[in-house]
Design a protein around this ligand. Structure first.
Ligand SMILES: Nc1ncnc2c1ncn2[C@@H]1O[C@H](COP(=O)(O)OP(=O)(O)OP(=O)(O)O)[C@@H](O)[C@H]1O
Ligand SMILES: [Mg+2]
Length: 265
């Protein structure tokens, strides 16, 4: 499990984490939601050792994050940061193989190439293997970076807005794959999402971050409410529930609402 204890992080006056504590259990998908600019991406960077907080502890099982020796800490991560652009002259297959950089030598083992091809095949993108990554669409890039993160055999998988450019089909491919593998491989999986409906559907544990505090945490059906959505986003939303009791959230279109109010009066 990945544990954060009493974490405080600020850039000048901007407080992103204020004595934050939480535990991310293995075998579960944890989803972080919260407003733009509240510090979600910065929090993942802290977990990866990219940003050093003012205070607090990060532990994986019983091992502490040690800033003087980051390589062994990072080896267990598959990390897909927000909005990466693939602006290098490599093929898709080569980019996926970079996920295994530590194991690469001058001569690539056939087994590694097979593994990379399998990772591409599992997410339906084998046909892109020999394409120059600079020629890919935004959604295709996101899927390739996901395959690269999978190639690392992660113990901890961190995805920062991984579906922001994906169509409905690839959202399902990615999130179902993540869901299945997290449970089968016992990964600690954590992703940031803005789509509350996807968050409600795929989170085993939902963490709501705002103003440096964890406002709520738990099963989406218990955490999400119209009041919480208003508190976090300042938006009046309607919630409904599907047959499994999973909430879905909708915001009404304001102009149509105003029209129906004026028709009624
Ligand atoms: N290195 C830095 N120095 C100063 N300010 C920073 C730094 N990194 C991030 N910030 C600021 O911290 C705030 C939080 O940024 P962060 O990227 O973590 O937000 P976020 O919750 O991921 O937002 P979004 O939903 O828009 O991706 C922003 O106001 C950002 O400008
Ligand atoms: Mg972000």
């Amino acid at each position: 499990m990945l544990k954060v204890r009493n974490l405080s992080l600020a850039f000048g006056d901007l407080v992103l984490a204020d004595q934050l504590s939480f535990t991310l259990e293995a075998g579960k998908t944890h989803v972080i939601i919260g407003p733009n600019g509240t510090g979600k991406s910065s929090l993942l960077k802290v977990l990866f050792g990219d940003i050093k907080p003012q205070s607090g502890e990060v532990l994986f099982d019983s091992e502490h994050l040690d800033y003087r020796n980051l390589n062994p800490w990072r080896q267990r991560f598959g990390y897909m940061p927000q909005d990466i652009r693939l602006d290098i002259g490599l093929t898709v297959l080569e980019v996926v193989l970079l996920g295994q950089l530590n194991a690469l030598s001058l001569k690539l083992a056939d087994s590694l190439i097979e593994k990379a091809l399998k990772a591409l095949d599992q997410i339906g993108l084998l046909h892109l293997a020999q394409r120059d990554v600079r020629t890919l669409s935004g959604g295709q890039c996101q899927m390739i970076l996901f395959a690269q993160a999978l190639m690392r055999n992660p113990k901890i998988l961190m995805l920062d807005e991984p579906v922001s450019a994906l169509d409905l089909h690839f959202q399902q491919v990615m999130l179902d794959h993540l869901d299945q593998q997290t449970h089968q491989q016992h990964w600690v999986s954590v992703m940031i999402l803005h789509d509350l409906n996807l968050a409600a559907q795929y989170a085993d544990n939902l963490l709501v971050l705002k103003g440096g505090k964890l406002l709520a945490e738990g099963a989406p059906a218990e955490v999400l409410s119209a009041d919480l959505v208003e508190e976090v986003y300042g938006v009046k939303a309607e919630l409904a529930y599907d047959q499994q009791g999973i909430p879905f959230v909708r915001t009404p279109r304001r102009r149509l609402m105003q029209q129906s109010v004026s028709l009624a009066s």
